[in-house]
Design a protein around this ligand. Structure first.
Ligand code: NAP
Ligand code: ZN
Length: 364
């Protein structure tokens, strides 16, 4: 099969990806058409694609917004192969990255402030309606066409497999540290859940000079958290005594947990005026007792990714401080096993698909 279409559709290119067809969460090979590269667009040949837990939520329709067939992937690193005539930020051959958003209104206050991720018309990288009515498809595929305003440059010093997860996991933890004023030396941060987001949160927080306590359900992660990732303390969240001893000690907590869990014990760990920042997306509603919040003047808040400028800032900061994700690089056809393992909390700490070397142009 030719990968270039005939006639007036000739600008459009057939893309090879792996898609979920339903809530079973099983992915299989899938051919689809990406839009032609427009004046403001760049086309990337995808090299690496991280597997975020959000991809797992999405293939299972945990958030009730999934559109099938769905090619997941929003931690995308690739090589620029085409630039539109109005593209100023990129050249053919650049190594660039795409995160969770590929469009927004461009004129609301969030877009004007550079935080298009909060724009009510923000378009997700996959499983969303694009301006032209097509459904967006993500990075578990051999190429992607993206508006240049939603693409960042990957600093040359970063290994590309370890850099891919920064496009989502990295910015999702970096952004609230900056926005909520947490990125200060000596400030005590709790990081709940040592997974894809959590382990890069530890790395960024240490680079900011913070005192970091990992709050985890997995005692087996303790040694690595302290010795390899540089955390200062490790608290097993199922151990009541450890929770009791740490009450009132933390300035802020970033909660990255993907599953339903109680946040009440976390609120107790905060100092007066402490902030609990939720970045994980458990499928069910959380329960909160008001009184411990009132009496401690505590804040519960949320945060999503960031805008292009902030993602670029985070990437450059990561390059300066040698921060990348710890990854297990896998071939494309391992993705279903990777999802099974991710569900069982069996990855240290991010699966990254070696797309360029392992995706094959199989038929549907
Ligand atoms: P992940 O790699 O699976 O890590 C989640 C961690 O949560 C696990 O490693 C585990 O850490 C902990 N955990 C798992 N099940 C738990 C349970 N039942 N109770 C308590 N802790 C549990 O996932 P991720 O990719 O980091 O993503 C985490 C969450 O963030 C997902 O819900 C994802 O959708 C969301 N997310 C949000 C944004 C955003 O924009 N806000 C962006 C990306 C991802 P321990 O073993 O240390 O306990
Ligand atoms: Zn993500």
């Amino acid at each position: 099969m030719s990968n270039v279409l005939a006639g007036e559709e000739s600008e459009k290119v057939v893309t090879y990806g792996w898609a979920a067809r339903d809530t079973s969460g099983i992915l299989s090979p899938f051919h689809f058409i990406r839009r032609a590269n427009g004046d403001n667009d760049i086309t990337l040949d995808i090299l690496y694609s991280g597997i975020c837990h959000t991809d797992l939520h999405m293939v299972k329709n945990d958030f009730r917004i999934s559109i099938y067939p769905m090619v997941p992937g929003h931690e995308i690193v690739g090589k620029v192969t085409k630039v539109g005539r109005r593209v100023t930020k990129f050249s053919v051959g650049d190594i660039a990255g795409v995160g969770g958003s590929v469009g927004s209104c461009g004129s609301c206050s969030d877009c004007s402030n550079g935080f298009y991720v909060y724009c009510p018309k923000m378009i997700l990288t996959y499983s969303a309606h694009y301006y032209d009515g097509t459904i967006t498809q993500g990075g578990y595929s051999n190429n992607i066409v993206v508006d240049q305003n939603f693409v960042v440059l990957i600093p040359k010093s970063l290994p590309l497999d370890g850099a891919a997860p920064l496009l989502c996991a990295g910015i999702t933890v970096y952004s609230p540290m900056k926005y909520y004023g947490l990125a200060q030396p000596g400030l005590h941060l709790g990081v709940v859940g040592l997974g894809g987001l959590g382990h890069v949160a530890v790395k960024f927080a240490k680079a900011f000079g913070m005192h970091v306590t990992v709050i985890s359900t997995s005692p087996s992660k303790k040694e690595e958290a302290l010795e390899k990732l540089g955390a200062d303390e490790f608290l097993v969240s199922l151990d009541q005594q450890q929770l009791q001893d740490a009450r009132g000690t933390m300035d802020a907590i970033i909660d990255t947990v993907s599953a339903n869990h109680s946040i009440q014990p976390l609120i107790a760990l905060l100092k007066t005026s402490g902030k609990l920042i939720l970045v994980g997306g458990p499928p069910s509603p959380l329960e909160v007792l008001a009184m411990p919040l009132l009496l401690g003047r505590k804040i519960i808040a949320g945060s999503a990714g960031g805008g292009r400028e902030e993602i670029q800032e985070m990437m450059d900061f990561a390059a300066k401080h040698n921060i990348t994700a710890d990854v297990e690089v896998i071939p494309m056809d391992y993705v279903n096993t990777a999802f099974e393992r991710l569900e069982k909390n069996d990855v240290k700490y991010r699966f990254v698909i070696d797309v360029a070397n392992t995706i094959s142009c199989m038929s549907n």
